[in-house]
Design a binder for this molecule. Structure first.
Ligand SMILES: [Zn+2]
Length: 329
């Protein structure tokens, strides 16, 4: 079927306290993995699983805007899965223009590095560009930092080699206070939503972009406060790094501080309806490719390595889809 309006996916999900996965694609294999995962999960759960495929401006330039969006449109035509195509983290109006030209069905305008007034002003402009074309707008309030804001590449490589519990301790010590200060302030929410006219709100609630595995707790108490001030679907960024379930917390031996919780808590009590997952899928693809190559270093056929990488991504996506549907605890 044709691509759908992202509102059609998120508004019913919010009522039902479930989430829709928004997965970042970087190539054809990842797009296939997402759609096949949704098809298989629809079968497994016995109810339709919706899908948001995201391209960042970087991914759109890597593939070419027309080819990147074109691949998503073609897979959508060939499946019964409802798919929305979102532009992730646009920071320039030209990127929004490109997305509209290429028939994206949602955009995220990220003005979070600007002072609040400028963020509001530019987001309002984006809404004025998009709404007449029937395209909803996600806006960002507070700032969701990157792990690279706090650690060098070498330090990140070291953190990745540590048990989750130790890595979390180190990240808390260096970044914890800053991440907390960057969170969205509940008192800004109503005014921000009203002045911008946005449709979905990516309010920072303690997550960090770019963490490679699910180890990091988030501030569910802040989400609860934000949710009291807006009826809009909330969006989780940096979700690759967020602990998935209370069971996950226990297994990894992470100690939760007051107000903290997992992705499952964020969905079931915090109003999170759209969950963006990027880093962990990129890592899964790379690792699948490396493993397949190491298992057969004389392989000359790209496809035999690509298939393994694609399967890894598909399995990871299915795990998230089970969580978003409330089918694992
Ligand atoms: Zn993000």
């Amino acid at each position: 079927m044709p691509l759908v309006d992202e509102r059609e996916l998120l508004l019913p999900a919010l009522k039902e306290r479930r989430a829709v996965g928004a997965f970042n694609a970087n190539n054809m294999e990842m797009i296939q993995a997402f759609v096949w995962a949704a098809e298989e999960m629809t079968e497994e759960l016995g109810k339709p699983v919706d899908l948001i495929i995201q391209l960042s401006p970087g991914a759109s330039k890597y593939a070419g805007w027309a080819l990147g969006a074109g691949m998503v449109k073609i897979v959508a035509q060939e499946t019964n899965i409802r798919i929305a195509l979102n532009l992730d983290h646009a920071t320039k109006l030209e990127e929004i223009e490109k997305a509209l030209e290429n028939n994206f069905t949602a955009v995220l305008f990220d003005g979070s590095s600007l002072p609040l007034e400028e963020n509001i002003e530019l987001t309002r402009k984006v809404v004025e560009m998009c709404h007449p074309r029937g395209v909803p707008v996600e806006a960002e309030l507070g700032k969701i930092p990157k792990i690279e804001d706090y650690f060098s590449k070498d330090e990140i490589a070291h953190l990745r080699s540590l048990p989750a519990k130790e890595a979390v301790k180190i990240i808390r010590e260096r970044a914890g206070k800053s991440v907390e200060e960057l969170m969205a302030k509940p008192e800004d929410v109503e005014m921000f939503v009203e002045k911008t006219g946005c449709d979905f709100l990516a309010a920072a609630f303690g997550s960090i972009h770019g963490i490679w595995d699910d180890i990091w707790p988030v501030r569910v108490d802040r989400l609860v406060e934000i949710q009291k001030r807006t009826p809009l679907p909330l969006v989780s960024h940096g979700s690759s790094g967020i602990l998935m379930t209370p069971k996950d917390v226990e297994e990894k031996g992470i100690e939760l501080m007051e107000g903290e919780g997992t992705l499952l808590d964020a969905i079931q009590t915090g109003g999170v309806t759209k969950v963006n997952v990027a880093t962990i899928l990129s890592v899964s693809f790379i690792q699948g490719f490396i493993d397949a190559y190491n298992a057969n270093p004389s392989e000359k056929d790209f496809r035999n390595l690509g298939k393994v990488a694609r399967d890894r991504v598909k399995e990871k996506v299915k795990e998230y889809m089970r969580l978003f549907a409330g089918a694992i605890s």
